[in-house]
Ligand binder design. Structure first.
Ligand code: LLP
Length: 431
């Protein structure tokens, strides 16, 4: 059982989060229900900032909005003093509507449209992370026609790819994101010589997500500083910013053992300091872009148990009232989760069951072979670590309205996204 942040079992033997009884939350707001432990999210923001402040005072933390971004989250991130990484006009719009300070917005993406670039220029956001030659040219044209200088980072592929339990260094640069080192050198030359409206502030890379090892980050820091030194030797250009992306993993199951936020930040900070010192490179501002490790473990999803089907000699399917439409990750990535029966939180697990969603799709299984106490129709199932990439990737598959998102803190719930209605499903449609 993964009880993180403010999660605990209360005297009624119910799961509690943010001081709220999950059974009461489900009654009040219905199921499925995304619940976010606001204090834990804020705490994670502060841990990142403090670790950075301590080990690398010229550092900055950007929350990667793709993990979970709604108005309330953008506001929270601003209140905690982090910057924000956005990847679409929609995320940018959300951030601006929440009053997020434009100068702390960083715009990523491998195929930003002209319209999106214009929106970013219009809003005078902090940085645009240029991902291709075509974007470089388009952005130069747009900013020149507006006579508006724009601060950019250049996204580079450092040839290191990390996954949860593994990483690879590869000469192959088979990724749709960013530019390989030699292309990036050419892009730098172009910016310096032919793009007077683009102010190159430095470089960006991102090596993967749900990463448990720190070595790939050390290698990325080394590779980036090698690249930066070569660029300096060739052109005299010295980068003032280095953004090493996000990727720190979280606990989905008890077997998961990611490094702490502090260890992660310390390691990256030390690696950048060492590599810079070795090359007598002026210490750049260091940026990190965590998404999952800020919201992931802080979120749970509550489901009501419906049909229980025993397939004799095969398995027991326990169906819940949500599924792949509110959490696509098991179907998409074979992602593993843990769950508990929130109204029987202290009962011994006795039976192995498979938790099925309600989508018309055999692959809609949220947890395969998980051991739970005796399950009955009407029980409340809590799935842990659903705070990142679940609401963000939710769909209306089978015309299921999307669940609401409730922030809980100090015993008080607040709805930050209301439940969709059947009417909402039809708002864009005409007959
Ligand atoms: N920065 C960049 C440029 C990224 O591409 C990403 C994630 C992040 C930061 C944040 O990474 P995080 O700290 O959250 O690992 N949908 C997938 C995850 C896709 C991540 C894509 N990029 C999932 O559900 O596992």
């Amino acid at each position: 059982m993964i009880l993180s942040g403010t999660m605990q079992i209360n005297s009624k033997q119910h799961l509690e989060i943010g001081g709220c009884d999950t059974v009461a939350l489900a009654e009040e707001f219905g199921t499925p229900l995304y619940v976010m432990d606001e204090e834990q999210v804020r705490e994670n923001c502060r841990r990142y900032l403090q670790a950075m402040q301590k080990k690398y005072p010229r550092g900055k933390i950007l929350y990667a909005g793709k993990a979970f971004l709604v108005l309330a989250m953008a506001k929270l991130v601003a209140e905690e003093g982090l910057g924000l990484d956005v990847v679409s006009g929609g995320e940018l719009y959300t951030a601006l509507k929440a009053g997020f300070p434009a100068e702390h917005l960083y715009f990523h993406g491998n195929n930003k449209s002209r319209q999106e670039l214009l929106e970013a220029l219009e809003a005078k956001i902090g940085r645009i992370v240029v991902d291709s030659f075509s974007e470089l040219q388009e952005l130069q044209e747009l900013s020149a026609s507006r006579r508006q200088k724009v601060d950019v980072l250049l996204r580079v592929k450092p040839g290191i790819e990390a996954h949860t339990h593994d990483y690879i260094q590869t000469g192959r640069e088979d990724s749709k994101f960013g530019l390989g080192f030699s292309e990036a050198r050419e892009a730098v030359r172009q910016i310096l010589s032919a793009a007077p409206y683009l102010e190159l502030r430095g470089f960006h890379c991102h090596i993967g997500s749900q990463i448990f090892q720190l070595e790939p980050y050390r290698l990325a820091a080394k590779a980036m500083l090698d690249f930066m030194s070569e660029v300096r030797a060739e052109t005299g250009y010295v980068a003032s910013e280095l953004d090493l992306g996000g990727g720190l993993g979280i606990r989905y199951t008890q077997g998961d053992n990611p490094p702490s936020i502090e260890t992660f930040v310390e390691t990256v900070a030390a690696a950048v300091q060492d590599e810079a010192e070795q090359r007598k490179y002026p210490l750049p501002e260091l940026l990190l872009e965590p998404g999952r490790s800020i919201t992931g473990e802080a979120g749970i999803t509550l489901y009501r148990v419906g049909v229980i089907k025993e397939v004799p000699g095969v398995r027991c399917y326990v169906s819940v009232d949500g599924g792949m439409m509110d959490n696509i990750r098991p179907a998409l990535y074979q992602a593993r989760y843990e769950a508990m029966i929130a109204n029987k939180a202290l009962q011994e697990p006795v039976k192995t069951v498979t938790i099925a969603g309600k989508a018309c799709e055999s692959g809609d299984l949220l947890l395969v072979d998980t051991c739970l106490p005796p399950v009955e129709k009407g029980d409340l199932l809590a799935v842990f670590s659903t705070g990142a990439y679940c609401y963000a990737m939710a769909s209306n598959y089978n015309r299921n309205p999307r669940p609401p998102v409730v922030f809980v803190r100090n015993g008080k719930p607040r709805v930050v996204v209301r439940r969709e209605t059947y009417g909402d499903l039809l708002t864009l449609e005409e007959l």
